[in-house]
Design a protein around this ligand. Structure first.
Ligand code: AP5
Length: 191
């Protein structure tokens, strides 16, 4: 089993690359952002409690997101592997994630950090925003706020994995095929 944390700022291409990696390696993919958006679409109590965080581009509370991932891992223990997209996003989440995985005899194998300069990130999300219908893509102000949250609360999670020798950074600028090739080279290098 191989567990990959796909990491990087909003708009760096996590979702795009996760789809490709899922098909290429025949492993699962879970995006905490998607799980939250699905709860909102279905109008669940959990979804309603998440709406404001998403709209304002703030992180959802750790305990809620950790609970979502704990459920997911418990239900997918038999998978060949999994791409965790958008999780963990705080050091507390990373520490709890290790505990959850260890409880099932599992571990994170590698964090792949997709690096893209900030102005390119803003450009990509603004472009997507026209069609995505995502509340957090609607204005440049919210997009820049998400990048700020990433810098202040999330970027530090890279250090957590680097200190365990489980960190790789790839250049996220180039065609989607080029970026995929760089990520696949990291994963294939683990075998
Ligand atoms: P989440 O859904 O995780 O969104 P995000 O991190 O803001 O990232 P995006 O989905 O915007 O971008 P991406 O990196 O997936 O890039 P994509 O492939 O789409 O989180 C949303 C919210 O949920 C958070 O703000 C928070 O509120 C909450 N949340 C989620 N997880 C949480 C957690 N763990 N804890 C607390 N709260 C949490 O690509 C972007 C665009 O660029 C696309 O249009 C794509 O086509 C294009 N593109 C991709 N690759 C390239 C390329 N190589 N060249 C040019 N364009 C490209």
């Amino acid at each position: 089993m191989i567990n990959i944390v796909l990491f990087g700022a909003p708009g760096c291409g996590k979702g795009t690359q996760a789809q490709r990696l899922k098909e290429h390696y025949g492993i699962d993919h879970v995006s905490t952002g998607e799980v939250i958006r699905d709860e909102i679409r279905r109008g669940t109590e959990l979804g309603r409690s998440m709406e404001q965080y998403i709209r304002e581009g703030r992180l959802a509370p750790d305990e809620i997101v950790i609970g979502m991932i704990a459920n997911y891992v418990a239900g997918h223990k038999e998978a060949k592997g999994c791409i965790f997209d958008g999780f963990p996003r705080t050091t507390v989440q990373a520490e709890e994630f290790d505990r959850i995985l260890a409880g099932h005899g599992l571990k994170v194998d590698i964090m792949v950090d997709i690096h893209v300069p900030e102005e390119e990130l803003v450009k990509r999300i603004l472009l997507r925003g026209k069609d995505s219908g995502r509340a957090d893509d609607a204005s440049e102000e919210v997009i820049r706020g998400r990048l700020d949250v990433y810098r202040k609360q999330t970027a530090v999670v890279a250090d957590y994995y680097a200190s365990q020798n489980k960190y790789a950074s790839v250049d996220g600028v180039g065609t989607m095929d080029e970026v995929f090739g760089r990520i696949a080279a990291v994963i294939d290098g683990l075998k």
